[in-house]
Design a protein around this ligand. Structure first.
Ligand code: CA
Ligand code: CA
Ligand code: CA
Ligand code: CA
Length: 640
């Protein structure tokens, strides 16, 4: 479905990047997105190129766009920002922001010195739509909000794949949920909001009386309704850090999918990637990590979790432990204590050392500085929902690839009047890094709801549902289907209703332009923080007799260190090399011809080098410094 692009009535027509005049940006189908990317890349061949890095099961391309001024330092030697969007198939807003970012960079390069510096010295790699098969379902006749790709998968281990998906029983084009009166049911009507449901707490005198299922029928007669829908693998659970073994939507093994493999192959081949910005369902920008470096608790939608629980037992067949999952409309997460153990136990039943899961304390302030700037500039203080980050790409990027890595849904429930949430403000250490600032924002979402509570990551449960529903009501967002009665073939009288697919994962299209601009600027800001090694000073002393002393100061004039503490610890980031271009036998004493250091702080920190060499007066010697994440510099020294 091609959405309206040209205003049919008089209105404010905005000129948008990509030389297209249209009333308002709309969510793009795969074909629309491909066409938009091609158009803007074709118009800027010296600054951009695009290529496909894989074909999905349904034959769509996994596009990569590289944006950089290719003259000057080779692109592969420059610090790069990797932007990945649509890791979860139902997070389509990130695709629009990524597309906007490409357009913004290319459109503003000629006249905006900040953008020019970004593309002259850095490179921005953009995967605008990693999961195009799933994203396309946003434009389907029946919208289910599925997050997974289209790989057939036998969720319930009954030997058949995808045999029982949801059905749009009431014909409204949406897969929502059913509530069914059942005396033994665990769920009751929410005491504060009759549209919502709540797990009854007997201790509080609450009674249940309802069961909740996904909308549909039991196609295969196994007693479970919709336990094995079409697809697939959730790409943002398919990566190597804390990979959730045995969860069906995590895939048969790590990086098992065409889409995740395309991304991983690219990352491994581009060690110059110095930072990652992922648009997905996890967050570490809006909610600051805890003082010990853990991410904020996930915030999920109870109504969808309840429906997911109705099929949890079916998926347990052949599984080692109790699990929960959310497949379509899935906001499912593991409750604490139910997480899977990784395989690989040795003969005595001991498992390997568990992976590090908290941000290194030395890196935490960098993460906090950037999160603070994000909240202030975007005005986003709370997000709709977040998920557990196990197996997520941005976690791999920090914990195993060793670079600063961020994840955001790209939008939020703004709080124009409430000030900065700053949950970490009380615990700022005095030695925190100086805070670089973005240029003042010219656009702000400027819309929101009275904040239910400070910060995000509110912990899920029915309180999240209430917060979201109130926000939708206040904003006039049509995101909740009111319960209506329906005669179900096997359950009898039921009610169908609940949150609309996509309404909780994507903001109204009217917000896309302002969100796009804010996030494009944020991406440019991120590149301004990169480490930047340079040869700050060189001195030559002639000691006579063909012996010279060369002294040099190597400086990191960027904000970030050349390697994060965890990048060093995980041996993920190569040491920075300092090399004097003389034959090794000419070095008499002092530093080695080729030296390495693991990391150098930013903001002008320096390291001193000194070589005593044999040489000929007037000879020219090259000094080079090369940093994997901080670029390179060289100087020609004349012996005199
Ligand atoms: Ca099955
Ligand atoms: Ca329906
Ligand atoms: Ca079934
Ligand atoms: Ca079904």
């Amino acid at each position: 479905m091609r959405l309206l692009q040209i205003a049919s009535t008089a209105g404010v027509l905005l000129f948008l990047p990509g030389s297209q005049t249209r009333a308002q940006r709309q969510y793009s189908s795969y074909n629309d997105m491909t066409a938009a990317l091609r158009r803007v890349v074709r118009a800027n061949p010296e600054l951009s190129r695009m290529e496909t890095l894989g074909k999905t099961l349904e034959g769509r391309d996994v596009w990569l766009v590289e944006v950089a001024n290719r003259s000057g330092t080779p692109v592969e030697e420059r610090p790069g920002l990797l932007v990945v969007a649509n890791l979860e198939g139902d997070q389509v807003v990130g695709s629009e922001i990524a597309l906007y970012t490409v357009e913004y960079l290319l459109t503003n390069y000629p006249a905006d010195s900040v953008v020019k510096d970004c593309l002259d010295n850095h490179v921005v790699y953009v995967f605008p739509r990693l999961n195009p098969d799933a994203a396309e379902l946003m434009f389907a006749d029946v919208r289910s909000g599925r997050r997974t790709n289209t790989r057939p998968y036998d969720d319930d281990n009954d030997g058949r794949t995808d045999e029982d998906g949801p059905e749009d029983l009431n014909g409204d084009g949406l897969i929502t949920v059913m509530r069914v009166a059942d005396p033994s049911g665990a769920y009751g009507v929410h005491p504060d909001e009759s549209r919502l449901m709540k797990l009854a707490e007997a201790a509080k005198g609450e009674s249940g009386g309802y069961e909740i299922y996904w909308e549909g029928v039991d196609n295969d007669g196994d007693g479970f309704i919709n336990e094995d829908p079409a697809g697939g693998v959730d790409l943002n659970r398919n990566f190597q850090h804390e990979y959730p073994y045995y969860e069906p939507d995590a895939g048969p093994h790590m990086v098992s999918e065409v889409e995740s493999r395309a991304l991983m192959d690219f990352v491994i081949a581009h060690r110059n990637i110095a930072m990652v910005l992922a648009y997905g369902a996890s967050d570490n920008l809006v909610a600051a990590p805890t003082p010990n470096g853990a991410l904020a608790e996930a915030s999920t939608v109870a109504l969808l979790d309840y429906a997911a629980r109705s099929v949890a037992d079916a998926a347990e067949v052949g599984m080692f432990q109790v699990r929960q999952t959310g497949r379509f409309g899935g906001f499912g997460m593991f409750p604490p204590g139910q997480q899977q153990q990784r395989p690989g136990a040795d003969a005595r039943g001991q498992t390997p050392q568990p992976p590090v899961t908290t941000i290194n304390s030395a890196d935490l302030e960098y993460v906090n500085v950037i999160g603070r700037e994000y909240r202030e500039v975007t005005g986003i203080n709370q997000v709709a929902t977040t998920r557990s980050p196990r197996g997520a790409f941005f976690q791999y990027a920090y914990f195993q690839f060793g670079v600063p890595a961020f994840s955001t849904s790209g939008w939020g429930l703004a709080d124009p009047g409430g000030g900065d949430a700053e949950p970490d403000s009380a615990a700022q250490p005095p030695e925190r890094p100086a805070r670089p600032r973005m240029a003042p924002a010219t656009a702000a979402p400027g819309r929101g709801m009275p904040r239910a509570r400070a910060g995000a990551g509110t912990g899920g449960g029915a309180s999240t549902d209430l917060r979201l529903l109130r926000w939708m009501d206040a904003e006039g967002i049509d995101g909740f289907v009111d319960w209506t009665e329906y005669q179900h073939p096997t359950l009898g009288s039921v009610e169908i209703g609940g949150f609309s697919p996509y309404a909780l994962t994507n903001p109204p299209a009217s917000m896309l332009d302002s969100l796009g601009e804010l996030h494009a600027k944020f991406a440019v800001y991120l590149t301004s923080l990169f480490a930047r090694v340079r040869i700050a000073d060189v001195r030559v002393t002639n000691h006579g007799g063909g012996v010279f002393e060369v002294e040099a100061e190597i400086e990191n004039s960027g904000f970030l260190p050349t390697a994060l503490a965890h990048g060093v610890r995980a041996r993920a980031v190569a040491p920075t090399m300092v090399q004097l271009g003389v034959p090794p036998e000419d070095v008499v004493t002092g530093d080695a011809k080729t030296s390495f250091f693991p990391t150098l702080e930013g903001s002008g920190a320096r390291r001193s080098y000194s070589w005593v060499i044999r040489g000929v007066q007037g000879a020219r010697i090259e000094l080079r410094v090369r940093s994997q994440k901080g670029g390179m510099d060289s100087a020609t020294i004349t012996l005199r």
